[in-house]
Design a protein around this ligand. Structure first.
Ligand code: ADP
Length: 196
Protein backbone atom coordinates (compact mmCIF):
# COMPACT_ATOMS: atom_id res chain seq x y z
CA UNK A 1 0.00 0.00 0.00
CA UNK A 2 1.16 3.50 -0.83
CA UNK A 3 0.44 5.87 2.05
CA UNK A 4 0.98 9.60 1.73
CA UNK A 5 0.76 12.44 4.23
CA UNK A 6 0.08 15.95 2.98
CA UNK A 7 1.23 18.53 5.48
CA UNK A 8 1.29 22.31 5.67
CA UNK A 9 -0.05 25.31 7.57
CA UNK A 10 -3.77 26.15 7.55
CA UNK A 11 -4.63 27.78 4.24
CA UNK A 12 -1.78 26.19 2.29
CA UNK A 13 -4.23 24.39 -0.03
CA UNK A 14 -3.99 20.84 1.35
CA UNK A 15 -7.70 20.17 0.85
CA UNK A 16 -7.67 21.33 -2.79
CA UNK A 17 -4.55 19.35 -3.69
CA UNK A 18 -5.81 16.29 -1.80
CA UNK A 19 -8.92 16.30 -4.00
CA UNK A 20 -6.67 16.44 -7.10
CA UNK A 21 -4.48 13.59 -5.84
CA UNK A 22 -7.51 11.39 -5.10
CA UNK A 23 -8.96 12.09 -8.53
CA UNK A 24 -5.75 11.15 -10.35
CA UNK A 25 -4.48 8.24 -8.26
CA UNK A 26 -7.60 6.80 -6.59
CA UNK A 27 -6.24 6.71 -3.03
CA UNK A 28 -8.55 6.73 -0.03
CA UNK A 29 -8.81 10.25 1.40
CA UNK A 30 -8.63 10.61 5.18
CA UNK A 31 -9.11 14.21 6.34
CA UNK A 32 -9.37 14.67 10.10
CA UNK A 33 -10.74 18.21 9.56
CA UNK A 34 -13.65 16.76 7.57
CA UNK A 35 -14.22 13.91 10.01
CA UNK A 36 -14.37 16.39 12.90
CA UNK A 37 -16.64 18.86 11.09
CA UNK A 38 -19.03 15.98 10.36
CA UNK A 39 -19.14 15.09 14.07
CA UNK A 40 -19.95 18.75 14.82
CA UNK A 41 -22.70 18.90 12.18
CA UNK A 42 -24.27 15.69 13.46
CA UNK A 43 -24.17 17.01 17.05
CA UNK A 44 -22.57 13.81 18.34
CA UNK A 45 -21.07 13.81 21.85
CA UNK A 46 -17.57 13.97 20.29
CA UNK A 47 -18.81 16.80 18.05
CA UNK A 48 -19.88 18.86 21.06
CA UNK A 49 -16.41 18.52 22.58
CA UNK A 50 -14.32 19.13 19.46
CA UNK A 51 -16.33 22.20 18.43
CA UNK A 52 -14.96 24.08 21.45
CA UNK A 53 -11.37 23.46 20.31
CA UNK A 54 -11.94 24.11 16.61
CA UNK A 55 -13.87 27.34 17.18
CA UNK A 56 -11.04 28.68 19.35
CA UNK A 57 -8.32 27.72 16.87
CA UNK A 58 -6.78 25.00 19.04
CA UNK A 59 -5.83 21.51 18.02
CA UNK A 60 -8.26 18.84 19.17
CA UNK A 61 -6.73 16.60 21.90
CA UNK A 62 -4.66 13.66 20.64
CA UNK A 63 -6.79 10.96 22.30
CA UNK A 64 -9.89 12.08 20.39
CA UNK A 65 -7.97 12.20 17.11
CA UNK A 66 -6.39 8.76 17.52
CA UNK A 67 -9.82 7.31 18.34
CA UNK A 68 -11.32 8.85 15.17
CA UNK A 69 -8.39 7.68 13.03
CA UNK A 70 -8.60 4.16 14.40
CA UNK A 71 -12.30 3.92 13.54
CA UNK A 72 -11.80 5.46 10.08
CA UNK A 73 -8.63 3.64 9.04
CA UNK A 74 -9.80 0.21 10.18
CA UNK A 75 -13.12 0.55 8.36
CA UNK A 76 -11.48 1.11 4.96
CA UNK A 77 -11.67 -1.65 2.33
CA UNK A 78 -8.52 -3.81 2.44
CA UNK A 79 -7.95 -3.58 -1.33
CA UNK A 80 -7.36 0.18 -1.32
CA UNK A 81 -4.31 1.30 -3.36
CA UNK A 82 -3.24 3.49 -0.50
CA UNK A 83 -4.31 6.22 1.88
CA UNK A 84 -3.84 9.96 1.72
CA UNK A 85 -3.71 11.54 5.17
CA UNK A 86 -4.74 15.19 5.04
CA UNK A 87 -4.50 17.25 8.24
CA UNK A 88 -3.21 14.25 10.16
CA UNK A 89 -0.82 13.72 11.89
CA UNK A 90 -0.54 17.16 13.47
CA UNK A 91 1.58 16.30 16.52
CA UNK A 92 4.55 14.00 17.14
CA UNK A 93 2.26 11.85 19.31
CA UNK A 94 -0.15 11.40 16.38
CA UNK A 95 2.75 10.60 14.03
CA UNK A 96 4.02 7.86 16.38
CA UNK A 97 0.48 6.51 16.67
CA UNK A 98 0.08 6.41 12.88
CA UNK A 99 3.39 4.58 12.46
CA UNK A 100 2.35 1.90 14.94
CA UNK A 101 -1.14 1.57 13.46
CA UNK A 102 0.28 1.07 9.96
CA UNK A 103 3.03 -1.25 11.23
CA UNK A 104 0.40 -3.53 12.81
CA UNK A 105 -1.13 -3.81 9.35
CA UNK A 106 2.20 -4.55 7.65
CA UNK A 107 2.28 -1.10 6.11
CA UNK A 108 4.08 2.24 6.50
CA UNK A 109 4.16 5.88 5.39
CA UNK A 110 5.74 6.05 1.94
CA UNK A 111 5.94 9.78 1.33
CA UNK A 112 5.29 13.09 3.11
CA UNK A 113 4.52 16.10 0.94
CA UNK A 114 4.98 19.46 2.63
CA UNK A 115 3.22 22.44 1.05
CA UNK A 116 5.21 25.59 1.64
CA UNK A 117 3.34 28.93 1.51
CA UNK A 118 4.37 32.36 2.87
CA UNK A 119 2.45 33.56 5.93
CA UNK A 120 0.82 36.59 4.22
CA UNK A 121 -0.56 34.34 1.54
CA UNK A 122 -1.97 31.91 4.13
CA UNK A 123 -4.05 34.76 5.59
CA UNK A 124 -5.16 35.86 2.11
CA UNK A 125 -6.27 32.38 1.14
CA UNK A 126 -8.20 31.67 4.34
CA UNK A 127 -9.90 35.07 4.38
CA UNK A 128 -10.83 34.63 0.75
CA UNK A 129 -12.21 31.16 1.42
CA UNK A 130 -14.16 32.44 4.45
CA UNK A 131 -16.51 34.36 2.13
CA UNK A 132 -18.29 31.12 1.26
CA UNK A 133 -16.80 28.39 3.45
CA UNK A 134 -19.09 29.03 6.44
CA UNK A 135 -16.30 27.65 8.61
CA UNK A 136 -16.52 28.84 12.20
CA UNK A 137 -12.69 28.98 12.42
CA UNK A 138 -12.04 31.10 9.30
CA UNK A 139 -11.89 34.44 11.14
CA UNK A 140 -8.85 36.65 11.51
CA UNK A 141 -8.19 36.20 15.28
CA UNK A 142 -8.79 32.46 15.06
CA UNK A 143 -6.55 32.10 12.01
CA UNK A 144 -3.79 33.71 14.02
CA UNK A 145 -4.21 31.08 16.78
CA UNK A 146 -4.35 28.23 14.24
CA UNK A 147 -1.06 29.38 12.72
CA UNK A 148 0.54 29.56 16.17
CA UNK A 149 -0.67 26.03 16.96
CA UNK A 150 0.80 24.90 13.63
CA UNK A 151 4.21 26.43 14.40
CA UNK A 152 4.35 25.03 17.90
CA UNK A 153 2.89 21.54 17.50
CA UNK A 154 2.81 20.55 13.82
CA UNK A 155 5.93 22.15 12.34
CA UNK A 156 8.25 19.81 14.34
CA UNK A 157 6.89 16.99 12.16
CA UNK A 158 8.80 18.43 9.20
CA UNK A 159 12.09 17.55 10.89
CA UNK A 160 10.64 14.22 12.10
CA UNK A 161 9.90 13.10 8.54
CA UNK A 162 13.01 14.72 7.05
CA UNK A 163 15.14 12.55 9.35
CA UNK A 164 13.27 9.49 8.06
CA UNK A 165 14.11 10.53 4.48
CA UNK A 166 10.40 10.71 3.58
CA UNK A 167 9.92 14.47 3.22
CA UNK A 168 9.41 16.26 -0.09
CA UNK A 169 8.75 20.00 -0.02
CA UNK A 170 6.65 21.70 -2.67
CA UNK A 171 6.65 25.46 -3.05
CA UNK A 172 2.92 26.14 -3.18
CA UNK A 173 2.60 29.86 -3.95
CA UNK A 174 1.74 29.32 -7.64
CA UNK A 175 -1.65 28.53 -9.23
CA UNK A 176 -3.35 25.27 -8.17
CA UNK A 177 -2.61 23.57 -11.52
CA UNK A 178 1.14 24.26 -11.30
CA UNK A 179 1.38 23.14 -7.69
CA UNK A 180 -0.49 19.95 -8.56
CA UNK A 181 1.95 19.33 -11.43
CA UNK A 182 4.82 19.38 -8.92
CA UNK A 183 3.01 17.08 -6.52
CA UNK A 184 2.13 14.62 -9.30
CA UNK A 185 5.79 14.56 -10.43
CA UNK A 186 6.89 13.63 -6.92
CA UNK A 187 4.29 10.87 -6.65
CA UNK A 188 5.07 9.53 -10.14
CA UNK A 189 8.82 9.48 -9.40
CA UNK A 190 8.19 7.56 -6.22
CA UNK A 191 5.91 5.05 -7.95
CA UNK A 192 8.49 4.48 -10.71
CA UNK A 193 11.29 4.07 -8.16
CA UNK A 194 9.21 1.51 -6.25
CA UNK A 195 8.27 -0.24 -9.50
CA UNK A 196 4.53 0.27 -8.93
P1 ADP B 1 -6.80 23.69 8.31
O1 ADP B 1 -5.59 22.87 8.01
O2 ADP B 1 -7.09 24.71 7.25
O3 ADP B 1 -6.78 24.31 9.69
P2 ADP B 1 -8.47 21.31 8.79
O4 ADP B 1 -9.81 21.06 8.19
O5 ADP B 1 -7.39 20.33 8.48
O6 ADP B 1 -8.11 22.78 8.29
O7 ADP B 1 -8.61 21.43 10.39
C1 ADP B 1 -9.55 22.28 11.02
C2 ADP B 1 -9.42 22.17 12.55
O8 ADP B 1 -9.75 20.84 12.97
C3 ADP B 1 -8.02 22.43 13.11
O9 ADP B 1 -7.77 23.80 13.34
C4 ADP B 1 -8.09 21.63 14.43
O10 ADP B 1 -8.78 22.34 15.44
C5 ADP B 1 -8.92 20.43 14.06
N1 ADP B 1 -8.07 19.29 13.61
C6 ADP B 1 -8.07 18.74 12.36
N2 ADP B 1 -7.19 17.72 12.30
C7 ADP B 1 -6.62 17.63 13.53
C8 ADP B 1 -5.61 16.80 14.09
N3 ADP B 1 -5.01 15.82 13.38
N4 ADP B 1 -5.25 17.01 15.38
C9 ADP B 1 -5.84 17.96 16.13
N5 ADP B 1 -6.79 18.79 15.66
C10 ADP B 1 -7.18 18.63 14.38
Amino acid sequence: MFNIIIIGAPGCGKGTQSANIIRKYGFTHISTGEILREEVELHTSIGEVVKKFIDRGYLVPDDIITHEIFITATSQPQQTKGMLFDGFPRTIFQADYLDSLLFQNGSKISLVIQMDVDEDELYNRILNRSKDSNRSDDHIEIIHKRLKEYDKKTHPLIEYYRKQGKLQTVRAMDPVKDVFGRIANIIDDYLIKEGK
